[in-house]
Design a binder for this molecule. Structure first.
Ligand code: SF4
Length: 243
C-alpha cells in the first residue's frame, strides 16, 4: 500500500482527535494514504500528490519528491502499527483512500480491536461491493469550484449517489462565501441530502484565518440546519503534520 511518509521515514499513522465532521473530538488513530486523483489548489496535504515534474498547481508553489513522500507497506505490516495505539476508532484519510480500497478491505480484516472505522473521501470513487460495508461512517467531502478543479473531475455522480444512499455517510464542505454555499445547496438538492447530514467548514490553515471565516458560517448553519464543523486539528496544532 502507498502510505504517506513522514520526514523521519515513518508511515503517517498517528493517534489524535478527529478534527472535523460529525465525530469531531473523538480519539482516533489516523492512517494517511498517499495518492489523490484531484489536485485542489488549497489542499492541506499536497505532499500526498503534488509531485515534482507534474503540471499541477497548488497555492504554496511547492513540489514534493514522490519517492521521499511514500512508504510502501503491506496490510500485514500496517495492522500492528495501528493496533499498537489500543484505540478502537480508525480514520482512513489521504489523499484519496478509495484509490486503495482493495488493500484497505484486507487491512480492516486484520484489526480485531477496531470497532469504528471512518473513511474520508472526496466522493469521486465508487466504493466496491466488498468495501462499502466496512466503514462505520463515510465522511464525504465533494470539492466545489473553489478547489480550482474542473467539475468533470471533482463531481462523479455515480459515486456520489452511492455514497448519499448509504445511511452511514455524512457530507462535509469547505465553504468560503455565498457562491460556495449556493453550490452546496445545488448539490444537496441533486443528491436529496437532508441538511443534518451536511457539515460546513471554514477554509483556513491557521487559527486566525479560521476564526475570521467562522462567524458568518456559524450563523448560516444555525439558521439553515447544517452542522458547523470547526477544524479542531488546525485550531490546536496549526498546519503540523501527524496531528
Ligand atoms: S481531494 Fe482532498 S486530498 Fe485530494 S487534492 Fe483535494 S483536498 Fe487534497
Amino acid at each position: 500500500m502507498k502510505v504517506s511518509r513522514l520526514a523521519n521515514g515513518s508511515p503517517e499513522i498517528f493517534h489524535t482527535l478527529q478534527g472535523e465532521g460529525p465525530s469531531l473530538g473523538a480519539p482516533a488513530v489516523f492512517l494517511r494514504l498517499s495518492l489523490c486523483n484531484l489536485h485542489c489548489h488549497w489542499c492541506d496535504t499536497p505532499y500526498t500528490w503534488n509531485w515534482e515534474k507534474t503540471p499541477w498547481k497548488h497555492q504554496d508553489g511547492v513540489k514534493f519528491s514522490k519517492s521521499e513522500q511514500i512508504i510502501e507497506l503491506s496490510p500485514a505490516e500496517i495492522a500492528p502499527l495501528i493496533s499498537h495505539y489500543n484505540c478502537d476508532r480508525l480514520v482512513l484519510t489521504g489523499g484519496e483512500p478509495l484509490l486503495q480500497q482493495k488493500d484497505l478491505t484486507h487491512l480492516t480484516q486484520l484489526l480485531p480491536g477496531i470497532s469504528f472505522i471512518e473513511v474520508e473521501t472526496n466522493g469521486t470513487q465508487v466504493p466496491d461491493d466488498d468495501f462499502i460495508s466496512i466503514p462505520t461512517q463515510f465522511n464525504v467531502s465533494p470539492k466545489l469550484s473553489n478547489s480550482g478543479m474542473d467539475e468533470s473531475l471533482r463531481l462523479n455522480f455515480a459515486a456520489l449517489r452511492v455514497l448519499a444512499s448509504t445511511p452511514t455517510s455524512f457530507f462535509k464542505f469547505v465553504v468560503c462565501n455565498q457562491a460556495d454555499l449556493d453550490e452546496v445547496q445545488s448539490l444537496q438538492k441533486k443528491l436529496f441530502l437532508p441538511s443534518n447530514r451536511i457539515s460546513l467548514m471554514p477554509e483556513g490553515r491557521d487559527a486566525e484565518t479560521l476564526h475570521s471565516r467562522s462567524l458568518w458560517l456559524a450563523d448560516i448553519c444555525r439558521d439553515q440546519g447544517y452542522r458547523f464543523s470547526p477544524r479542531l486539528h488546525v485550531l490546536l496544532w496549526g498546519n503540523e503534520r501527524a496531528k
